[in-house]
Design a protein around this ligand. Structure first.
Ligand code: ATP
Ligand code: MG
Length: 575
Protein backbone atom coordinates (compact mmCIF):
# COMPACT_ATOMS: atom_id res chain seq x y z
CA UNK A 1 0.00 0.00 0.00
CA UNK A 2 1.43 3.33 -1.13
CA UNK A 3 0.89 5.24 2.09
CA UNK A 4 2.69 2.57 4.08
CA UNK A 5 5.60 2.61 1.67
CA UNK A 6 5.87 6.36 1.91
CA UNK A 7 5.87 6.43 5.67
CA UNK A 8 9.54 5.46 6.18
CA UNK A 9 10.52 8.53 4.17
CA UNK A 10 8.50 10.77 6.47
CA UNK A 11 9.43 9.10 9.75
CA UNK A 12 12.73 11.00 10.20
CA UNK A 13 10.68 14.19 10.21
CA UNK A 14 8.32 13.04 12.92
CA UNK A 15 9.07 15.97 15.29
CA UNK A 16 8.36 18.49 12.54
CA UNK A 17 5.25 16.60 11.55
CA UNK A 18 4.04 16.71 15.14
CA UNK A 19 4.63 20.46 15.31
CA UNK A 20 2.79 20.87 12.03
CA UNK A 21 -0.08 18.79 13.34
CA UNK A 22 -0.23 20.89 16.49
CA UNK A 23 -0.38 23.99 14.33
CA UNK A 24 -3.14 22.35 12.31
CA UNK A 25 -5.11 21.84 15.52
CA UNK A 26 -4.66 25.52 16.33
CA UNK A 27 -5.79 26.62 12.88
CA UNK A 28 -8.84 24.42 13.11
CA UNK A 29 -9.67 25.63 16.59
CA UNK A 30 -9.28 29.24 15.49
CA UNK A 31 -11.60 28.61 12.59
CA UNK A 32 -14.17 27.17 14.98
CA UNK A 33 -13.67 30.12 17.30
CA UNK A 34 -14.80 32.47 14.53
CA UNK A 35 -18.02 30.55 14.22
CA UNK A 36 -18.44 30.39 17.96
CA UNK A 37 -17.97 34.17 18.32
CA UNK A 38 -20.87 34.87 15.98
CA UNK A 39 -23.27 33.73 18.72
CA UNK A 40 -22.29 36.20 21.49
CA UNK A 41 -21.68 38.91 18.90
CA UNK A 42 -25.28 38.85 17.77
CA UNK A 43 -26.97 37.96 21.03
CA UNK A 44 -24.95 40.18 23.40
CA UNK A 45 -24.39 43.19 21.18
CA UNK A 46 -27.32 43.02 18.76
CA UNK A 47 -30.01 41.74 21.11
CA UNK A 48 -28.90 42.46 24.72
CA UNK A 49 -27.04 45.67 23.82
CA UNK A 50 -24.11 45.03 26.18
CA UNK A 51 -21.47 47.73 25.54
CA UNK A 52 -18.41 45.83 26.83
CA UNK A 53 -18.79 43.21 24.09
CA UNK A 54 -18.09 45.93 21.54
CA UNK A 55 -14.52 45.72 22.85
CA UNK A 56 -14.35 42.00 23.67
CA UNK A 57 -15.48 40.70 20.32
CA UNK A 58 -13.05 42.66 18.09
CA UNK A 59 -10.15 41.96 20.46
CA UNK A 60 -11.04 38.27 20.46
CA UNK A 61 -11.24 38.33 16.66
CA UNK A 62 -7.81 39.87 16.29
CA UNK A 63 -6.30 37.38 18.75
CA UNK A 64 -7.88 34.46 16.96
CA UNK A 65 -6.72 35.81 13.61
CA UNK A 66 -3.17 36.19 14.87
CA UNK A 67 -3.02 32.68 16.26
CA UNK A 68 -4.55 31.28 13.13
CA UNK A 69 -2.23 33.04 10.68
CA UNK A 70 0.90 32.15 12.62
CA UNK A 71 -0.09 28.53 13.03
CA UNK A 72 -1.19 28.27 9.45
CA UNK A 73 2.05 29.63 8.07
CA UNK A 74 4.15 27.41 10.33
CA UNK A 75 2.18 24.34 9.42
CA UNK A 76 2.10 24.92 5.67
CA UNK A 77 5.77 25.91 5.46
CA UNK A 78 6.97 23.02 7.59
CA UNK A 79 5.10 20.50 5.49
CA UNK A 80 6.44 22.01 2.29
CA UNK A 81 9.97 21.72 3.59
CA UNK A 82 9.39 18.15 4.72
CA UNK A 83 7.96 17.10 1.39
CA UNK A 84 10.79 18.79 -0.50
CA UNK A 85 13.27 16.83 1.59
CA UNK A 86 11.38 13.60 1.16
CA UNK A 87 11.32 14.04 -2.60
CA UNK A 88 14.98 14.97 -2.63
CA UNK A 89 15.76 11.74 -0.78
CA UNK A 90 13.56 9.69 -3.07
CA UNK A 91 15.18 11.20 -6.15
CA UNK A 92 18.59 10.37 -4.78
CA UNK A 93 17.53 6.83 -4.01
CA UNK A 94 16.12 6.49 -7.52
CA UNK A 95 19.36 7.66 -9.05
CA UNK A 96 21.43 5.29 -6.95
CA UNK A 97 19.05 2.51 -7.78
CA UNK A 98 19.15 3.17 -11.51
CA UNK A 99 22.93 3.03 -11.40
CA UNK A 100 22.78 -0.29 -9.61
CA UNK A 101 20.59 -1.85 -12.28
CA UNK A 102 22.28 -4.30 -14.60
CA UNK A 103 22.93 -3.68 -18.26
CA UNK A 104 20.10 -5.95 -19.36
CA UNK A 105 17.74 -3.32 -18.00
CA UNK A 106 18.97 -0.55 -20.24
CA UNK A 107 17.36 0.21 -23.57
CA UNK A 108 16.16 3.47 -25.07
CA UNK A 109 12.58 2.71 -24.16
CA UNK A 110 13.40 1.89 -20.58
CA UNK A 111 15.84 4.73 -20.04
CA UNK A 112 13.37 7.31 -21.36
CA UNK A 113 10.76 5.95 -19.01
CA UNK A 114 13.26 5.94 -16.14
CA UNK A 115 14.10 9.59 -16.72
CA UNK A 116 10.42 10.36 -16.68
CA UNK A 117 9.98 8.54 -13.40
CA UNK A 118 12.83 10.38 -11.73
CA UNK A 119 11.70 13.78 -12.96
CA UNK A 120 7.97 13.80 -13.73
CA UNK A 121 6.68 11.30 -11.24
CA UNK A 122 8.61 12.70 -8.32
CA UNK A 123 7.32 16.14 -9.28
CA UNK A 124 3.82 14.78 -9.24
CA UNK A 125 4.44 13.48 -5.74
CA UNK A 126 5.91 16.77 -4.67
CA UNK A 127 2.92 18.70 -5.86
CA UNK A 128 0.90 16.93 -3.21
CA UNK A 129 2.70 18.95 -0.52
CA UNK A 130 0.00 21.60 -0.13
CA UNK A 131 -2.53 18.80 -0.07
CA UNK A 132 -0.55 17.22 2.72
CA UNK A 133 -0.99 20.39 4.75
CA UNK A 134 -4.71 20.33 4.08
CA UNK A 135 -4.92 16.69 5.00
CA UNK A 136 -4.20 17.52 8.63
CA UNK A 137 -5.97 20.83 8.80
CA UNK A 138 -9.27 20.37 7.07
CA UNK A 139 -10.63 17.30 8.88
CA UNK A 140 -9.72 18.93 12.18
CA UNK A 141 -11.42 22.13 11.12
CA UNK A 142 -14.51 20.18 10.23
CA UNK A 143 -14.36 18.38 13.55
CA UNK A 144 -14.14 21.59 15.54
CA UNK A 145 -16.84 23.31 13.50
CA UNK A 146 -18.96 20.25 13.93
CA UNK A 147 -18.42 20.58 17.67
CA UNK A 148 -19.65 24.16 17.59
CA UNK A 149 -22.60 23.24 15.41
CA UNK A 150 -23.54 20.29 17.61
CA UNK A 151 -23.22 22.46 20.68
CA UNK A 152 -25.40 25.14 19.14
CA UNK A 153 -28.00 22.79 17.80
CA UNK A 154 -27.51 19.04 17.39
CA UNK A 155 -30.76 18.45 15.52
CA UNK A 156 -29.88 20.91 12.79
CA UNK A 157 -26.39 19.50 12.60
CA UNK A 158 -27.64 15.99 12.03
CA UNK A 159 -29.93 17.17 9.25
CA UNK A 160 -27.04 19.05 7.66
CA UNK A 161 -25.00 15.86 7.69
CA UNK A 162 -27.65 13.76 5.98
CA UNK A 163 -25.85 13.66 2.62
CA UNK A 164 -22.45 12.94 4.13
CA UNK A 165 -22.37 9.19 3.34
CA UNK A 166 -23.21 9.95 -0.27
CA UNK A 167 -20.47 12.56 -0.38
CA UNK A 168 -17.94 10.13 1.05
CA UNK A 169 -18.92 7.53 -1.53
CA UNK A 170 -18.56 10.05 -4.34
CA UNK A 171 -15.12 11.15 -3.13
CA UNK A 172 -13.95 7.56 -3.01
CA UNK A 173 -15.19 6.68 -6.47
CA UNK A 174 -13.84 9.81 -8.08
CA UNK A 175 -10.52 9.31 -6.32
CA UNK A 176 -10.08 5.87 -7.85
CA UNK A 177 -10.87 7.17 -11.31
CA UNK A 178 -8.44 10.03 -10.91
CA UNK A 179 -5.66 7.71 -9.80
CA UNK A 180 -6.25 5.37 -12.69
CA UNK A 181 -6.10 8.08 -15.31
CA UNK A 182 -3.22 9.88 -13.64
CA UNK A 183 -1.26 6.64 -13.71
CA UNK A 184 -2.00 6.00 -17.34
CA UNK A 185 -1.14 9.58 -18.17
CA UNK A 186 2.24 9.15 -16.52
CA UNK A 187 2.85 5.96 -18.44
CA UNK A 188 2.27 7.79 -21.71
CA UNK A 189 4.49 10.65 -20.56
CA UNK A 190 7.15 8.02 -19.93
CA UNK A 191 6.72 6.77 -23.47
CA UNK A 192 6.93 10.31 -24.77
CA UNK A 193 10.21 10.69 -22.95
CA UNK A 194 11.43 7.42 -24.43
CA UNK A 195 10.55 8.49 -27.96
CA UNK A 196 12.14 11.86 -27.36
CA UNK A 197 15.31 10.26 -26.09
CA UNK A 198 15.53 7.97 -29.08
CA UNK A 199 14.79 10.72 -31.56
CA UNK A 200 17.34 13.09 -30.13
CA UNK A 201 20.10 10.51 -30.14
CA UNK A 202 19.08 9.29 -33.58
CA UNK A 203 18.56 12.70 -35.15
CA UNK A 204 21.18 12.14 -37.86
CA UNK A 205 19.45 9.02 -39.09
CA UNK A 206 16.03 10.64 -38.90
CA UNK A 207 17.23 13.51 -41.05
CA UNK A 208 19.19 11.29 -43.43
CA UNK A 209 16.16 9.10 -44.06
CA UNK A 210 13.66 11.95 -44.22
CA UNK A 211 11.82 10.26 -41.39
CA UNK A 212 10.79 13.40 -39.53
CA UNK A 213 7.13 12.96 -40.26
CA UNK A 214 7.09 9.32 -39.37
CA UNK A 215 8.73 10.12 -36.03
CA UNK A 216 6.38 13.01 -35.47
CA UNK A 217 3.46 10.67 -36.00
CA UNK A 218 4.89 8.27 -33.46
CA UNK A 219 5.33 11.12 -31.00
CA UNK A 220 1.87 12.43 -31.74
CA UNK A 221 0.28 9.09 -30.98
CA UNK A 222 1.62 9.04 -27.44
CA UNK A 223 1.07 12.76 -27.08
CA UNK A 224 -2.57 12.27 -28.02
CA UNK A 225 -2.94 9.48 -25.46
CA UNK A 226 -1.36 11.60 -22.77
CA UNK A 227 -3.77 14.37 -23.64
CA UNK A 228 -6.77 12.06 -23.47
CA UNK A 229 -5.81 10.76 -20.06
CA UNK A 230 -5.28 14.35 -18.93
CA UNK A 231 -8.79 15.23 -20.04
CA UNK A 232 -10.30 12.26 -18.22
CA UNK A 233 -8.41 13.08 -15.10
CA UNK A 234 -9.54 16.69 -15.38
CA UNK A 235 -13.16 15.57 -15.76
CA UNK A 236 -13.20 13.53 -12.59
CA UNK A 237 -10.98 15.98 -10.75
CA UNK A 238 -13.20 18.95 -11.53
CA UNK A 239 -16.36 17.02 -10.75
CA UNK A 240 -15.13 16.59 -7.21
CA UNK A 241 -15.66 20.02 -5.68
CA UNK A 242 -18.99 20.94 -7.33
CA UNK A 243 -20.49 17.58 -6.48
CA UNK A 244 -19.45 17.87 -2.86
CA UNK A 245 -20.68 21.42 -2.67
CA UNK A 246 -24.02 20.60 -4.21
CA UNK A 247 -24.65 17.71 -1.85
CA UNK A 248 -23.61 19.87 1.08
CA UNK A 249 -25.83 22.78 0.18
CA UNK A 250 -28.72 20.42 -0.38
CA UNK A 251 -28.56 19.19 3.21
CA UNK A 252 -27.77 22.63 4.59
CA UNK A 253 -30.86 24.06 2.91
CA UNK A 254 -33.06 21.58 4.76
CA UNK A 255 -31.26 22.32 8.03
CA UNK A 256 -31.68 26.04 7.53
CA UNK A 257 -35.39 25.73 6.81
CA UNK A 258 -35.85 23.68 9.93
CA UNK A 259 -33.72 26.14 11.95
CA UNK A 260 -35.79 29.16 10.85
CA UNK A 261 -38.86 27.26 11.86
CA UNK A 262 -37.31 26.76 15.33
CA UNK A 263 -36.48 30.47 15.61
CA UNK A 264 -40.03 31.45 14.70
CA UNK A 265 -41.47 29.05 17.24
CA UNK A 266 -39.06 30.51 19.82
CA UNK A 267 -37.17 27.32 20.52
CA UNK A 268 -33.79 28.92 19.72
CA UNK A 269 -32.44 32.48 19.45
CA UNK A 270 -31.48 34.09 16.19
CA UNK A 271 -27.88 34.19 17.52
CA UNK A 272 -27.81 30.42 17.99
CA UNK A 273 -29.09 29.87 14.48
CA UNK A 274 -26.57 32.35 13.07
CA UNK A 275 -23.72 30.67 14.92
CA UNK A 276 -24.88 27.33 13.60
CA UNK A 277 -25.18 28.75 10.10
CA UNK A 278 -21.69 30.24 10.39
CA UNK A 279 -20.27 26.89 11.45
CA UNK A 280 -22.08 25.14 8.64
CA UNK A 281 -21.01 27.79 6.16
CA UNK A 282 -17.41 27.63 7.28
CA UNK A 283 -17.56 23.89 6.93
CA UNK A 284 -18.37 24.06 3.25
CA UNK A 285 -14.90 25.24 2.42
CA UNK A 286 -12.92 22.53 4.26
CA UNK A 287 -15.21 19.86 2.85
CA UNK A 288 -14.52 21.11 -0.66
CA UNK A 289 -10.84 21.25 0.10
CA UNK A 290 -10.85 17.66 1.22
CA UNK A 291 -12.24 16.82 -2.17
CA UNK A 292 -9.37 18.73 -3.73
CA UNK A 293 -6.90 17.02 -1.40
CA UNK A 294 -8.21 13.73 -2.65
CA UNK A 295 -7.54 14.71 -6.25
CA UNK A 296 -3.98 15.79 -5.45
CA UNK A 297 -3.31 12.73 -3.34
CA UNK A 298 -4.57 10.27 -5.90
CA UNK A 299 -2.43 11.96 -8.52
CA UNK A 300 0.59 11.86 -6.22
CA UNK A 301 -0.06 8.20 -5.47
CA UNK A 302 -0.09 7.47 -9.18
CA UNK A 303 3.38 9.02 -9.36
CA UNK A 304 4.49 7.20 -6.23
CA UNK A 305 3.35 3.87 -7.66
CA UNK A 306 5.59 4.36 -10.67
CA UNK A 307 8.48 5.50 -8.50
CA UNK A 308 8.22 2.44 -6.27
CA UNK A 309 7.82 0.19 -9.27
CA UNK A 310 11.22 1.37 -10.47
CA UNK A 311 12.72 1.05 -7.00
CA UNK A 312 11.40 -2.50 -6.85
CA UNK A 313 13.16 -3.72 -9.99
CA UNK A 314 16.07 -5.79 -8.86
CA UNK A 315 19.43 -5.71 -10.62
CA UNK A 316 20.23 -9.11 -12.06
CA UNK A 317 23.91 -8.75 -11.25
CA UNK A 318 24.10 -8.37 -7.50
CA UNK A 319 26.88 -8.29 -5.01
CA UNK A 320 26.70 -10.91 -2.30
CA UNK A 321 26.29 -9.50 1.18
CA UNK A 322 29.46 -11.31 2.22
CA UNK A 323 31.40 -10.41 -0.94
CA UNK A 324 35.15 -10.13 -0.43
CA UNK A 325 37.72 -7.80 -1.92
CA UNK A 326 39.39 -9.31 -4.96
CA UNK A 327 43.15 -9.12 -4.36
CA UNK A 328 45.27 -7.65 -7.15
CA UNK A 329 45.24 -9.97 -10.13
CA UNK A 330 48.21 -12.31 -10.04
CA UNK A 331 47.86 -15.58 -11.90
CA UNK A 332 45.00 -16.40 -14.24
CA UNK A 333 41.50 -15.84 -15.47
CA UNK A 334 39.54 -18.99 -16.06
CA UNK A 335 36.24 -19.59 -17.87
CA UNK A 336 34.92 -22.86 -16.52
CA UNK A 337 32.10 -24.29 -18.61
CA UNK A 338 30.41 -20.94 -19.10
CA UNK A 339 26.97 -20.87 -20.66
CA UNK A 340 25.10 -17.68 -21.31
CA UNK A 341 21.81 -16.53 -22.75
CA UNK A 342 20.10 -13.13 -22.87
CA UNK A 343 16.67 -14.63 -23.42
CA UNK A 344 15.95 -18.15 -24.61
CA UNK A 345 18.70 -18.58 -27.18
CA UNK A 346 22.09 -19.73 -25.88
CA UNK A 347 24.70 -17.18 -26.91
CA UNK A 348 27.64 -18.89 -25.22
CA UNK A 349 27.85 -22.65 -24.87
CA UNK A 350 30.30 -24.39 -22.59
CA UNK A 351 33.11 -21.91 -23.00
CA UNK A 352 36.30 -23.12 -21.33
CA UNK A 353 39.72 -21.52 -21.41
CA UNK A 354 42.30 -20.12 -19.10
CA UNK A 355 44.37 -17.01 -19.61
CA UNK A 356 47.59 -16.57 -17.68
CA UNK A 357 48.77 -13.24 -16.45
CA UNK A 358 50.41 -11.18 -19.17
CA UNK A 359 48.88 -13.16 -22.03
CA UNK A 360 47.29 -11.34 -24.92
CA UNK A 361 44.29 -13.25 -26.16
CA UNK A 362 42.55 -12.36 -29.39
CA UNK A 363 38.93 -13.39 -29.82
CA UNK A 364 37.73 -13.74 -33.37
CA UNK A 365 34.56 -14.95 -34.96
CA UNK A 366 31.77 -13.90 -37.27
CA UNK A 367 29.39 -11.14 -36.31
CA UNK A 368 26.99 -12.34 -33.64
CA UNK A 369 29.27 -15.19 -32.62
CA UNK A 370 29.25 -13.94 -29.02
CA UNK A 371 32.59 -12.15 -28.74
CA UNK A 372 31.29 -9.04 -27.00
CA UNK A 373 29.07 -11.14 -24.79
CA UNK A 374 32.04 -13.18 -23.69
CA UNK A 375 34.15 -10.21 -22.62
CA UNK A 376 31.16 -8.52 -20.98
CA UNK A 377 31.06 -11.36 -18.48
CA UNK A 378 34.50 -10.50 -17.11
CA UNK A 379 33.56 -7.20 -15.40
CA UNK A 380 30.20 -8.83 -14.56
CA UNK A 381 28.11 -6.63 -16.83
CA UNK A 382 26.18 -9.88 -17.01
CA UNK A 383 26.47 -13.07 -15.02
CA UNK A 384 27.04 -16.46 -16.58
CA UNK A 385 23.80 -18.41 -16.79
CA UNK A 386 25.69 -21.61 -16.04
CA UNK A 387 29.28 -22.28 -15.11
CA UNK A 388 31.66 -19.82 -13.53
CA UNK A 389 34.54 -17.48 -14.16
CA UNK A 390 37.47 -17.43 -11.77
CA UNK A 391 40.17 -14.87 -11.25
CA UNK A 392 43.08 -16.42 -9.37
CA UNK A 393 40.72 -19.19 -8.39
CA UNK A 394 38.09 -16.89 -6.88
CA UNK A 395 34.59 -16.98 -8.35
CA UNK A 396 33.70 -13.52 -9.70
CA UNK A 397 30.37 -13.74 -7.97
CA UNK A 398 32.05 -13.88 -4.58
CA UNK A 399 33.91 -10.61 -4.86
CA UNK A 400 32.80 -7.01 -4.58
CA UNK A 401 31.96 -5.34 -7.87
CA UNK A 402 34.22 -2.42 -7.04
CA UNK A 403 37.28 -4.52 -6.40
CA UNK A 404 36.64 -6.49 -9.59
CA UNK A 405 36.02 -3.55 -11.88
CA UNK A 406 38.92 -1.60 -10.47
CA UNK A 407 41.20 -4.18 -12.08
CA UNK A 408 39.67 -3.99 -15.54
CA UNK A 409 40.05 -1.33 -18.19
CA UNK A 410 37.55 -1.42 -21.04
CA UNK A 411 37.93 0.22 -24.42
CA UNK A 412 35.03 -0.11 -26.81
CA UNK A 413 34.34 0.87 -30.33
CA UNK A 414 31.85 3.60 -29.46
CA UNK A 415 33.75 5.86 -27.12
CA UNK A 416 31.78 7.65 -24.48
CA UNK A 417 33.17 10.93 -23.23
CA UNK A 418 31.61 12.94 -20.42
CA UNK A 419 30.73 16.60 -20.62
CA UNK A 420 33.83 17.63 -18.74
CA UNK A 421 37.42 18.61 -19.50
CA UNK A 422 39.69 16.31 -21.48
CA UNK A 423 41.87 15.91 -18.38
CA UNK A 424 38.89 14.84 -16.28
CA UNK A 425 37.83 12.41 -18.96
CA UNK A 426 41.26 10.81 -18.95
CA UNK A 427 41.33 10.63 -15.15
CA UNK A 428 37.70 9.51 -15.05
CA UNK A 429 36.80 7.30 -12.14
CA UNK A 430 40.09 7.80 -10.32
CA UNK A 431 40.28 9.38 -6.91
CA UNK A 432 43.36 11.38 -7.69
CA UNK A 433 43.86 13.60 -10.69
CA UNK A 434 47.58 13.99 -11.23
CA UNK A 435 48.25 16.23 -14.20
CA UNK A 436 51.63 14.64 -14.81
CA UNK A 437 50.12 11.22 -15.06
CA UNK A 438 47.34 12.50 -17.31
CA UNK A 439 49.86 13.97 -19.75
CA UNK A 440 51.92 10.81 -19.56
CA UNK A 441 48.87 8.70 -20.37
CA UNK A 442 47.90 11.01 -23.22
CA UNK A 443 51.40 10.80 -24.65
CA UNK A 444 51.38 7.02 -24.48
CA UNK A 445 47.97 7.07 -26.14
CA UNK A 446 49.31 9.24 -28.92
CA UNK A 447 46.81 11.91 -27.97
CA UNK A 448 49.02 14.56 -26.40
CA UNK A 449 49.80 16.30 -29.67
CA UNK A 450 46.26 17.01 -30.73
CA UNK A 451 45.14 17.80 -27.18
CA UNK A 452 47.66 20.61 -26.71
CA UNK A 453 46.45 22.15 -29.96
CA UNK A 454 42.90 22.44 -28.64
CA UNK A 455 41.84 25.93 -27.45
CA UNK A 456 42.27 25.16 -23.74
CA UNK A 457 44.52 22.13 -24.04
CA UNK A 458 43.75 19.57 -21.40
CA UNK A 459 41.12 21.82 -19.84
CA UNK A 460 39.08 21.96 -23.05
CA UNK A 461 35.54 20.91 -22.36
CA UNK A 462 34.29 17.98 -24.39
CA UNK A 463 30.77 19.40 -24.52
CA UNK A 464 31.98 22.68 -25.96
CA UNK A 465 33.92 20.82 -28.60
CA UNK A 466 30.68 19.23 -29.70
CA UNK A 467 31.36 16.79 -32.49
CA UNK A 468 34.69 18.38 -33.30
CA UNK A 469 36.79 15.43 -32.17
CA UNK A 470 37.32 12.76 -34.77
CA UNK A 471 36.53 9.14 -34.01
CA UNK A 472 40.22 8.36 -33.86
CA UNK A 473 40.89 11.23 -31.47
CA UNK A 474 38.04 10.17 -29.22
CA UNK A 475 39.36 6.67 -29.26
CA UNK A 476 42.83 7.79 -28.27
CA UNK A 477 41.33 9.70 -25.34
CA UNK A 478 39.57 6.50 -24.34
CA UNK A 479 42.87 4.64 -24.57
CA UNK A 480 44.55 7.33 -22.47
CA UNK A 481 41.77 6.79 -19.95
CA UNK A 482 42.53 3.08 -19.88
CA UNK A 483 46.27 3.75 -19.54
CA UNK A 484 45.60 6.18 -16.70
CA UNK A 485 43.47 3.63 -14.92
CA UNK A 486 46.45 1.30 -15.02
CA UNK A 487 44.37 -1.81 -14.52
CA UNK A 488 46.04 -5.21 -14.86
CA UNK A 489 43.28 -6.61 -17.06
CA UNK A 490 42.41 -5.00 -20.35
CA UNK A 491 39.48 -5.57 -22.62
CA UNK A 492 39.44 -4.14 -26.13
CA UNK A 493 36.21 -4.63 -28.00
CA UNK A 494 36.89 -3.75 -31.61
CA UNK A 495 38.66 -0.65 -30.49
CA UNK A 496 39.97 0.10 -33.95
CA UNK A 497 37.39 -1.25 -36.33
CA UNK A 498 35.83 2.02 -37.41
CA UNK A 499 39.01 3.84 -38.21
CA UNK A 500 40.68 4.61 -41.49
CA UNK A 501 44.18 3.22 -41.84
CA UNK A 502 45.94 6.48 -41.00
CA UNK A 503 44.18 7.04 -37.69
CA UNK A 504 44.23 3.33 -37.14
CA UNK A 505 47.98 3.42 -37.21
CA UNK A 506 47.91 6.20 -34.64
CA UNK A 507 45.53 4.27 -32.45
CA UNK A 508 47.50 1.09 -32.93
CA UNK A 509 50.62 2.71 -31.59
CA UNK A 510 48.59 3.85 -28.61
CA UNK A 511 47.21 0.38 -28.11
CA UNK A 512 50.65 -1.19 -28.23
CA UNK A 513 51.68 1.07 -25.38
CA UNK A 514 48.52 0.20 -23.50
CA UNK A 515 49.10 -3.53 -23.89
CA UNK A 516 52.54 -3.56 -22.33
CA UNK A 517 52.55 -5.63 -19.18
CA UNK A 518 48.84 -6.29 -19.13
CA UNK A 519 46.62 -9.28 -19.55
CA UNK A 520 44.42 -8.50 -22.49
CA UNK A 521 41.32 -9.72 -24.27
CA UNK A 522 41.27 -8.27 -27.72
CA UNK A 523 38.39 -8.45 -30.10
CA UNK A 524 39.73 -7.18 -33.36
CA UNK A 525 39.22 -7.25 -37.05
CA UNK A 526 42.76 -6.13 -37.52
CA UNK A 527 45.03 -8.88 -38.55
CA UNK A 528 48.23 -7.47 -37.06
CA UNK A 529 46.68 -7.31 -33.61
CA UNK A 530 45.37 -10.81 -33.97
CA UNK A 531 48.60 -12.10 -35.44
CA UNK A 532 50.67 -10.83 -32.57
CA UNK A 533 48.38 -12.28 -29.95
CA UNK A 534 49.77 -15.01 -27.72
CA UNK A 535 46.67 -17.01 -28.39
CA UNK A 536 43.62 -16.79 -30.61
CA UNK A 537 40.20 -18.06 -29.57
CA UNK A 538 37.91 -18.72 -32.49
CA UNK A 539 34.29 -18.38 -31.55
CA UNK A 540 31.48 -19.78 -33.66
CA UNK A 541 27.88 -19.89 -32.47
CA UNK A 542 28.99 -19.28 -28.94
CA UNK A 543 31.49 -22.13 -28.85
CA UNK A 544 35.23 -22.03 -28.92
CA UNK A 545 35.92 -24.09 -32.01
CA UNK A 546 39.65 -23.46 -32.37
CA UNK A 547 42.42 -22.17 -30.22
CA UNK A 548 46.06 -21.48 -30.91
CA UNK A 549 48.58 -19.13 -32.50
CA UNK A 550 48.09 -17.56 -35.90
CA UNK A 551 50.44 -19.86 -37.79
CA UNK A 552 49.06 -22.99 -36.16
CA UNK A 553 45.49 -22.01 -36.98
CA UNK A 554 46.30 -21.08 -40.55
CA UNK A 555 48.03 -24.40 -40.96
CA UNK A 556 44.89 -26.19 -39.73
CA UNK A 557 42.85 -24.73 -42.57
CA UNK A 558 39.78 -24.71 -40.33
CA UNK A 559 37.41 -22.05 -39.08
CA UNK A 560 40.12 -19.46 -38.49
CA UNK A 561 41.50 -19.95 -41.94
CA UNK A 562 38.06 -19.33 -43.40
CA UNK A 563 37.63 -16.18 -41.32
CA UNK A 564 41.06 -15.08 -42.34
CA UNK A 565 40.13 -15.50 -45.97
CA UNK A 566 36.95 -13.48 -45.62
CA UNK A 567 37.80 -10.83 -43.11
CA UNK A 568 41.44 -10.11 -43.61
CA UNK A 569 42.47 -11.07 -47.08
CA UNK A 570 39.49 -9.44 -48.70
CA UNK A 571 40.64 -6.04 -47.54
CA UNK A 572 43.71 -6.85 -49.54
CA UNK A 573 46.85 -6.07 -47.70
CA UNK A 574 48.09 -7.11 -44.31
CA UNK A 575 47.95 -3.59 -42.95
N1 ATP B 1 21.55 -7.15 -24.95
C1 ATP B 1 21.22 -8.22 -25.69
N2 ATP B 1 20.00 -8.79 -25.55
C2 ATP B 1 19.66 -9.87 -26.27
N3 ATP B 1 20.45 -10.45 -27.17
C3 ATP B 1 21.68 -9.94 -27.36
C4 ATP B 1 22.12 -8.79 -26.64
N4 ATP B 1 23.37 -8.51 -27.03
C5 ATP B 1 23.70 -9.43 -27.96
N5 ATP B 1 22.68 -10.29 -28.16
C6 ATP B 1 22.70 -11.43 -29.07
O1 ATP B 1 23.74 -12.29 -28.68
C7 ATP B 1 24.44 -12.79 -29.79
C8 ATP B 1 25.93 -12.49 -29.66
O2 ATP B 1 26.10 -11.10 -29.67
P1 ATP B 1 27.53 -10.41 -29.48
O3 ATP B 1 27.33 -8.97 -29.40
O4 ATP B 1 28.22 -11.07 -28.35
O5 ATP B 1 28.25 -10.80 -30.83
P2 ATP B 1 29.67 -10.37 -31.38
O6 ATP B 1 30.41 -11.60 -31.62
O7 ATP B 1 30.26 -9.36 -30.49
O8 ATP B 1 29.29 -9.73 -32.76
P3 ATP B 1 29.94 -8.46 -33.51
O9 ATP B 1 31.22 -8.95 -34.14
O10 ATP B 1 28.96 -8.10 -34.54
O11 ATP B 1 30.17 -7.40 -32.51
C9 ATP B 1 23.80 -12.17 -31.01
O12 ATP B 1 22.95 -13.11 -31.56
C10 ATP B 1 23.02 -11.00 -30.47
O13 ATP B 1 21.84 -10.83 -31.20
MG1 MG C 1 30.61 -7.27 -30.62
Amino acid sequence: DIARRLWPYFRPFLPQILIATLCAVMVAAAQAAYAYLVGPAIDEIGVNRRQEFLIYIPVALVLVAFVKSTARFTQAYLLRVISQRVIRNIRRELYEHIQSLSLDFYSDAKTGDMISRVTNDTLLMQRAAPALAQLFRQPLTILFLLGVALYRNWELTLIAMATLPLTAYAIDRLGKKIRKHARRGQTYIGRLAAILKENISGIRIIKAFNAEERELARFERENERTYREGIRKALFGELNAPLIEFLGVLAAAFALAYGLHQVVSGEITIGTLSSFAAAAGLMADPVKRIGRVNVDFQTAFAGAERVFELLDTKPSVREKPDAVELPRFERSIKFDGVWFRYRDQWVLSDVRFEVRRGEKVAIVGTSGAGKSTLVNLIPRFYDATRGAIYIDGIDLRDVTLRSLRRQIAFVTQDVFLFNDSIASNIAYGSQDRGMDRIVEAAKAANAHEFIVELPDGYETNIGELGAKLSVGQRQRIAIARAIYKDAPILILDEATSSLDSESEREVQKALDNLLVGRTAFIIAHRLSTVKNADRILVLADGRIVEEGRHDELIARRGEYYKLYQIQFSESGIDR
